[in-house]
Design a protein around this ligand. Structure first.
Ligand code: ARG
Length: 394
């Protein structure tokens, strides 16, 4: 179809600068009523209210756009939300609240805007960075996708934009989920969409979408480690939530290199992977267990819960066994399924006291949750001791 007509969608400034980008404004047919009769209201278009803290890196910009905290000083938004690159003290960013009128809102003024110099409606690349005059120390950050691996599945969208096509801006942050739409399918709606730098999402039947005022905000999903990752930036659509017209988003992974380069010039990028393997969850048992002399094996239990998946390949097993002749002792770690991992063999010639050591066990084939046991057996006569304490660090 005559796609040329449909671009625009600019934020309608809730306060201030309306950035207009191109052409004709489609006439507002009413958005398909989306089906949420509920009390909370139907929002983003077809969404619901986000909980305070649910998407902590969401930012509302005073020109009537959304954004996401990229670093403590940089907000990632859409190019079409800003006018040009250069010093700019006219934008206020509101952070930390779902309710824009909350007294606990954190506000910052911009001091610089970087607008993707390659951006145009015909080329795509709808991103910009806004630098705050003061960082928001400790702000939650939304990492950006740097590969295409997350350009699929179901995405979350959120913003304070209109909840119906042509509707008012919202006081409370709204959220919704929308499925990925392939480039091929999206091109049927928008023949000139830039498949290399744009990604589409929405239902064939419409009903759920971002809308005016959501621009610049993130479209995101969970990564393979379960963390939120930004895959899109709200850019445009024909109307909002219309059947056959998904939302079009700047494709973050395709733009990530340029975003990183710009951020480096503006003061820096986020830590690459702040905490890939978060500080180990530790489980400990400090109850003493007597080790019978030349007797049968005894065990001490640790019940592990609250973890997901398997134990790591570098499970740390720290043991503190008090004994007057450690060569007497055979020590095993018993996984919840009964598999034994030998930590230490006996040795008639090792006459030293105590076993105070940390062993690394490849336990990656074991479920993390369950009861783990430290099993100790004294295989020679004469000396005695006890398990003083032991712990597992996942
Ligand atoms: N450009 C719009 C804005 O400024 C967002 C449009 C998104 N439209 C859509 N149908 N997904 O807020």
């Amino acid at each position: 179809m005559t796609e040329g007509k449909w671009f625009i969608r600019t934020a309608l400034a809730a306060a201030g600068a309306v950035v207009t980008m191109a052409a004709a404004v489609g006439t507002a047919a009413a958005a398909p009523p989306s089906s949420d009769p509920g009390d909370v209201g139907v929002q983003v278009v077809g969404g619901t209210r986000a909980a305070q803290g649910e998407f902590p890196w969401m930012v509302r910009l005073s020109m009537g756009c959304g954004g996401a905290m990229y670093t403590e000083s940089l907000v990632l938004t859409a190019a079409h939300c800003v006018n040009s690159t250069g010093p700019n003290t006219s934008i206020t960013a509101t952070y930390g609240v779902v309710d824009l009128q909350s007294s606990s809102a954190v506000r910052r003024t911009s001091n610089y805007v970087y607008r993707n110099p390659g951006y145009s409606t015909s080329a795509g690349g709808d991103w910009a960075l806004i630098r705050l005059s003061q960082p928001i120390t400790g702000a939650a950050l939304l990492p950006i996708a740097t590969t295409s691996e997350y350009n699929s599945g179901t995405f979350t969208i959120a913003g304070w934009g209109a909840a119906t096509e042509g509707g008012a801006q919202q006081r409370y942050l709204l959220k919704a989920e929308v499925p990925f739409v392939s480039d091929a399918e999206c091109r049927q709606s928008y023949p000139s969409m830039k498949t290399a730098v744009e990604i589409c999402a929405g239902y064939d039947q419409g009903g759920v979408d971002t809308c005016q005022g959501d621009s610049g905000g993130p479209m995101f999903r969970r990564d393979s480690a379960g963390r939120w990752i930004q895959v899109g930036i709200v850019s445009y659509g024909r109307g909002c939530a219309r059947p056959g017209y998904p939302g079009v988003y700047a494709e973050v992974s395709a733009l990530a290199t340029a975003i990183r380069a710009a951020a480096a010039d503006l003061g820096g990028n986020p830590d690459p992977d702040p905490d890939p393997d978060p500080p180990g969850d530790t489980f400990e048992n400090t109850n003493n267990v007597t080790i019978p002399d030349a007797g049968s094996a005894i065990t001490s239990d640790i019940a592990v819960s609250g973890l997901s998946g398997n134990a790591p390949s570098d499970l740390q097993v720290s043991v503190d066994i008090r004994h007057t002749y450690r060569g007497d002792l055979v020590v095993d770690l018993i996984a919840p399924d009964g598999t034994a991992y030998r930590l230490k063999n006996s040795s008639g010639s090792d006459s030293a006291d105590n076993v105070i050591a940390t062993y690394t066990v490849n336990a990656s084939s074991e479920a993390a949750n369950g009861t783990w046991k430290l099993q100790v057996r004294d295989v020679y006569r004469a000396d005695t001791g006890y398990i003083d304490a032991w712990k597992l660090v996942f």
